[in-house]
Design a protein around this ligand. Sequence first.
Ligand code: HEM
Length: 183
Amino acid sequence: MTKLQAEVRSNSVAKGKDAMVTEDELDNLAYLKAVVKETLRLHMPAPLLVPHLSMADCDIEGYTIPSGTRTIINAWALARDPSYWENAEEFMPERFMDGGSAAAIDYKGSDFLLLPFGTGRRICPGITFAISTIEIMLANLVYLFNWELPVELAEKGIDMTESFGVTVHRAEKLLLVPIVPQD
Ligand code: HEM
């Protein structure tokens, strides 16, 4: 959070107390973009995408998939495969920044290691809308406030347990206390 705030606050043109980060400033926020991408790698909302039906027989590395087979892609496993990702279980946004081990990977599904939006002809058409909405929201949340855990949760830390379904989300609500920075 400290690193993200340093980037957002130093890049945002100060416009007084009630200023907010605007969409045209997002292009300068490389670390913010990497944070969102790394979050979608580790915690994608639809880890098994949606089921697809194969339209023709095909052969994948010796396995025959007959036409009409319901297929489920485990994008979660691809995104955490330790043979392809450096420190796969660690939250390391830097991997997606210039010079990082995954700098070339985008959301367009051309690299099967990162498929939070699926791939191919049925890829999510809302990618740009989703990403810009998340980025502008996160940028402003960290620009305007410092965030702390409530006293009763400070020792336990954040509970990252997830509730499983077609879409996955945190099992417990995220409770945070916003602090208005004094400087
Ligand atoms: C973080 C946010 C989002 C994520 C992670 C996400 C993820 C996905 C995934 C995994 C699929 C299935 C791709 C496949 O068939 O393999 C999908 C499909 C779809 N998404 Fe999203 N989505 C997001 C936001 C949005 C938004 C904001 C919109 C619309 C404004 C949207 C509209 C759609 C539609 C219409 C489909 C069905 C496309 C088709 O079957 O041809 N999504 N999305």
